[in-house]
Design a protein around this ligand. Structure first.
Ligand code: FAD
Ligand code: DLZ
Ligand code: SF4
Length: 508
């Protein structure tokens, strides 16, 4: 008898564990486009196009290699609309000895698959996802008996364990982390390279039409569509990063420039998250670029820390803390997400830039997400569920396992300090230092209070004051509270009044 091997839309690699030992003559592979996955959160139209097109390309590659693939398109009239429904539909008509599936990357889907396994008579085996450096059981073990879970400690352990950028027992360059070298504002002399461009082929064009016809109300622009949609294109995009961008990745990692959404970042998160690229190969290639003298250590270490450190740490936190993590709201924040996050219509130039680029590209780089979009949501006191929903909807790389800990942990401090040791809150001066956004803003970053003042300037202090009880015992915040306490009462009153007026003007 044959085995049914189910492949999900973010498992598009032939090294996925569910394909191990696949017998081309007997086994069946099932891939299904389903409306439930496209709408349980109304994903950006570009993300939907990307996933469905990549799924179709991957299924054709498997077919060309001689595998027996059943591929259910979204608009097949008999499509049941759900992942489990499509498995049931197939097993009703054919007999399989067992079903194999690699563990879904999200808690919600894992639960659905486990439930299905209990309902059906054929054995359903859920296999480990071996794409990551660390499996979730090992992360759990690592976390045990630790007072604090810190990415930096996890990352150092992984560098040693995988012998990456190591010189015997020591880190190459004598330092584990070169972050302090990676905070330069853009010099406007270095040329920002063109991003990878891959115009839509026939398959992508068909998917674009299907997505715009089926999900017209979803956020975001489909066109221009330039993402890689198969492995060889994704490898090409990654090579372009190694050759053209990695050199300055470190220097300008935190820099933001008006009209330059791509900067020196790699733009590979969407490919990594669905399997078109594998984290281990990306880390190896970056390390190789350092050894070949193609890029400096601060850039290579910085990039490797993102993939080996942050990405794996975030995933570990997700699986350690789900499902409770969904409910975190340390500051009890309850303000509705302002409409401007959807429209981009605001006088705040930094927010309008980042939101409009997000709408167009389904992408924003890390510091835009953290220090502009996230910082504002934090200091304005927006409800974590609504902020999570927005970040989940708008990015092509958004999957709950990576979006949720970044939003609730890294930007909102909603987990009370599990992911970060202090909230990433700042006034406008940080945005002004790292970008040229303030030059074209109607607000004035140098003004602290009043109608012309940059809203980040007073909202920052208002946030500290509102949450004093919860934050003042954090020793990393004590300097800021001392500064606040030195302000005279008129200034403190101005901060409160300006904040109240501004937040009320958001219309929520
Ligand atoms: P680069 O800057 O070139 O970094 C290289 C790679 O490192 C990325 O592709 C990514 O795989 C990994 N990486 C870097 N930082 C992180 C991080 N904090 N967590 C996990 N991986 C990281 N990343 C997602 O993949 N999906 C998300 O839904 C997502 N949501 C985010 C939400 C917020 C509020 C913040 C602050 C960060 C979020 N990130 C998310 C992390 C990070 O911003 C993106 O991975 C990155 O911007 C993707 O662009 P890039 O590929 O050019 O990254
Ligand atoms: C994100 C996504 C979307 C939009 N559509 C599908 C789909 O139609 N079929 C599918 O197999 N996977 C899809 N995915 C990815 C799944 O949501 C993904 O496997 C889960 O996020 C992981 O738990
Ligand atoms: Fe953003 Fe303030 Fe600068 Fe305007 S002045 S771009 S609101 S930081």
């Amino acid at each position: 008898m044959s085995i049914l091997r189910v492949i999900l839309g973010d498992q598009l690699t032939d090294s996925i564990s569910s394909l191990e030992g696949c017998d081309k003559t007997r086994d069946t592979i099932l891939m299904s486009e389903v409306v439930e996955e496209a709408t349980f959160i109304p994903h950006h139209k570009k993300k939907l196009t990307f996933i469905f097109s990549a799924m179709r390309h991957f299924s054709l590659e498997l077919k060309n290699q001689g595998f027996n693939v059943v591929y259910n398109k979204l608009n097949d009239p008999n499509n049941s609309g759900s992942l489990t429904g499509e498995i049931l539909r197939l097993i009703k008509n054919y007999s399989f000895e067992k079903i194999l599936i690699t563990s879904p990357s999200e808690f919600r889907v894992l639960q659905e698959i486990e439930l299905l396994g209990e309902k059906i008579e054929i054995p359903l085996e859920i296999l480990r996802d071996s794409r990551y450096f660390v499996n979730i059981h090992d992360f759990k073990k690592w976390s045990e008996n630790k007072k604090q879970l810190r990415m930096e400690n996890f990352y150092r352990d992984q560098r040693k364990k995988n012998f990456i950028l190591m010189n015997g027992f020591n880190p190459i360059g004598g330092q584990w982390n070169f972050d302090s070298y990676n905070r330069k504002s853009f010099d406007f002399e270095s040329k920002i390279p063109q991003p990878f461009i891959n115009p839509p082929d026939e398959i992508t064009n068909e998917v674009m039409k299907m997505v715009s016809d089926t999900f017209p109300e979803h956020f975001g622009d489909i066109e221009p569509f330039n993402f890689a949609v198969n492995r060889s294109q994704a490898l090409e995009a990654f090579k372009l990063f190694i050759d053209n961008r990695l050199f300055y990745f470190g220097d300008f990692q935190d820099a933001m420039v008006q009209g330059e959404p791509w900067m020196f970042h790699s733009h590979i998160s969407f490919y990594l998250n669905i399997g078109l690229l594998l984290p281990k190969e990306c880390v190896s290639e970056a390390e190789k670029a350092y050894f070949e003298g193609k890029a400096p250590l601060n850039s290579v270490e910085g990039f490797i820390r993102q993939v080996l450190g942050w990405r794996e740490f975030i995933r570990g936190i997700y699986w350690l803390k789900m499902p409770e993590y969904l409910e975190n709201n340390f500051f009890e924040a309850s303000r509705n997400l302002p409409q401007m996050y959807w429209t981009g219509e605001t006088k705040m130039n930094c927010l309008s830039q980042c939101i409009n680029e997000t709408k167009e590209n389904a992408y924003a780089h890390h510091i835009q997400r953290l220090m502009v979009l996230g910082n504002f949501a934090l200091i304005a006191g927006i409800d974590p569920k609504q902020v999570n929903n927005w970040f989940y909807v708008v990015y092509a790389d958004a999957y709950e396992w990576v979006e949720l800990p970044n939003v609730s942990g890294m930007i909102l401090f909603a987990d009370g300090g599990l992911v970060s040791s202090k909230p990433y809150a700042s006034t406008g001066s940080y945005i002004n230092k790292m970008s040229n956004y303030c030059e074209s803003c109607e607000y004035k970053v140098a003004i602290k209070n009043g109608s012309d003042a940059c809203p980040f300037n007073y909202l920052y202090w208002d946030f500290l004051q509102r949450n004093r009880e919860k934050l003042s015992s954090n020793f990393r915040m004590s300097m800021m509270y001392k500064t606040y306490d030195r302000m005279d009462s008129a200034k403190k009153q101005n901060i409160r009044d300006d904040s109240e007026k501004f937040l009320n003007s958001l219309g929520n």
